[in-house]
Write a protein that binds this ligand. Structure first.
Ligand SMILES: Cc1cc2nc3c(=O)[nH]c(=O)nc-3n(C[C@H](O)[C@H](O)[C@H](O)COP(=O)(O)O)c2cc1C
Length: 234
């Protein structure tokens, strides 16, 4: 399926068009177009402008309570990417894609983080901090009730949500991506010194442009039928 629209040919969002139409929506075309890219064209780089727009998606992604228990690490250094590849089953996407992003979750969330977050809400929304005390109490209560394993699981779920939005946005820009769990998280954490920052790697995502001879691009999607995955309760 070829798109004649200039915006997609150029892979650039033209502000003039956005203002007329109020933005572009992801369509089924984008979802069929995307696939987990196995072979990237290492000579093609994402423009800084488009890359910046993609990062904005990560910044505004939703999270439970809005707590954003994540960081997204952009690994630029090629030697470092080479080292990381060793701990990712030697998958070439790690070094060959235009950019590599490591999706990280906090190791834990403490009371201080929640309190600072509430202070930020009060400031941004220009409301009295006192008016948020119930909300603060609910958040602190939840966090206290969870075991560290439950807390960690919850934070990982938030990171995956950001990944999902990110993949959709990449597709909308016709930027290829390969979400990857096939890596040794502990080794990545060591190499990137993540414990020091109280972070742990959850999932990684190389992005860029597919190589013309990536045979996976032509494979049909394997998905269950709608009636197998959607349940209507009438
Ligand atoms: C969380 C997650 C982890 C994945 N890990 C890898 C991976 O390590 N290596 C890889 O080549 N593909 C990986 N994939 C890609 C999936 O195999 C692929 O998305 C799936 O087969 C569906 O195909 P499609 O995305 O091309 O439509 C991963 C996908 C997801 C969502």
């Amino acid at each position: 399926m070829h798109c004649r629209c200039r915006i997609f040919r150029d892979n650039v969002i033209h502000p003039s068009i956005v203002s007329v139409h109020g933005g572009f929506f992801i369509t089924h075309h984008h979802l069929y177009w995307r696939y987990a890219t196995q072979k990237f064209d290492s000579t093609r780089k994402i423009s800084p402008r488009n890359f910046d727009s993609l990062l904005e998606v990560l910044r505004v992604a939703p999270s439970s309570y809005g707590l954003q228990p994540w960081k997204f690490i952009v690994v630029v250094d090629q030697a470092l990417r080479q080292e990381l590849r060793r701990y990712a089953w030697n998958q070439p996407q790690v070094t060959d894609a235009s950019h590599l992003i490591i999706f990280c979750a906090f190791k834990t969330i403490d009371e201080c983080y929640v309190k600072n977050f509430v202070t930020r809400i009060a400031k941004i929304r220009e409301v009295n901090r006192e008016s948020l005390s119930d909300y603060e109490g609910i958040m602190l209560g939840s966090l206290k009730n969870w075991t560290s394993a439950q807390l960690s699981h919850w934070m990982h779920l938030q990171v995956y949500l950001a990944l999902g939005m990110f993949l959709a946005e990449c597709a909308r820009y016709k930027i290829d991506a390969c979400p990857m769990e096939g890596f040794e998280s502990k080794k990545f954490d060591e190499v990137l010194d993540l414990a020091q920052q109280r972070l742990e790697s959850v999932v990684i995502c190389p992005i860029g442009y597919r190589a013309q001879d990536d045979r996976y691009a032509k494979l049909k999607k394997v998905r269950f039928d709608k009636n197998e995955v959607i349940i209507h309760l009438r």
